[in-house]
Ligand binder design. Structure first.
Ligand code: FDM
Ligand code: MG
Length: 234
């Protein structure tokens, strides 16, 4: 069997430069004559993707469980085509994947925080709407990335890049909660051995980040190769 393609995911908070880096990586792969394909989640072009798009633009309201399952279904509807491309030797670069799915949903807290008394001070206890385990469940068995980059951007840098947009989740508070879940996911991926998790400082100049991405991807593709069947998410 000829070598299969690598499955590479690029994850991070808003304004971390994911899309820029995904495009830059595709260009580098093309220049190195590596067959490759650029995909993005959510894929807003499918019927499920259109429902997600409408929700993100706050044109529709959906129960938190429902939107979580739609995001996951949006990956499942493309899962077999991802596996097929990889098996045919095409490297797939994915802008956001299941880790965004878990992180953004598990980060949701009820608008009103309950508080606990500690001496004289009142400590807010955020109440999570969906548990981490519940959010992770529908992602089980999706094709697993061989390599995932988490682009870490500071709130200050995100702000300086033009701040957040108008869509749902694009605000400081949500992003901070999401950051914490991403850290938990990274620890789990590392210890599970399903794929490699690489954290990069995305406050750096985009050319520097691009070089760091390439420094990981190039030897990965050339030497270690990507062998064996496509793995499944943990
Ligand atoms: N998002 C993205 C989720 O909540 N779940 C998911 O499974 C995915 C893939 O959708 F706020 C969120 C993350 C982001 C929003 O993403 C749209 P883009 O990258 O801005 O299109
Ligand atoms: Mg966005």
């Amino acid at each position: 069997m000829s070598k299969r393609g690598a499955f590479i995911a690029i994850e991070g908070l808003d304004r971390s430069g994911k899309s820029t880096q995904a495009s830059a990586l595709i260009k580098r792969l093309e220049a190195a004559n590596v067959p490759c394909k650029h995909i993005k989640f959510p894929d807003r072009t499918t019927p499920i993707g259109k429902m997600i798009d409408s929700y993100l633009q706050s044109k529709t309201e959906l129960d938190d469980h429902v939107i979580h399952l739609l995001f996951s279904a949006n990956r499942w509807e493309l899962a077999s085509s991802i596996v097929k491309a990889l098996e045919e030797g095409t490297t797939v670069v994915c802008d956001r994947y299941a880790f965004s799915g878990i992180a953004f949903s598990a980060a949701k807290v009820l608008p009103r925080e309950t508080t606990s008394k500690d001496g004289d001070s009142t400590i807010p206890i955020p109440t999570h709407v969906l548990s981490y385990e519940w959010c992770r469940a529908p992602e089980i068995s999706l094709p697993a990335p061989d390599l995932t980059f988490l682009l870490e951007v500071s709130p200050e840098k995100a702000e300086s890049r033009g701040g957040y947009g108008e869509e749902r989740y694009e605000n400081k508070e949500v992003q901070e909660h999401v950051r914490q879940v991403f850290d938990r996911i990274g620890e789990e991926i590392e210890s599970s051995g399903v794929g490699k998790w690489v954290v990069l400082d995305a406050d750096l100049d985009k050319d520097e980040v691009e070089q760091s991405v390439w420094d990981e991807v190039k030897p990965f593709i050339e030497h270690m190769g990507v062998s064996g069947p496509v793995r499944k998410l943990w």
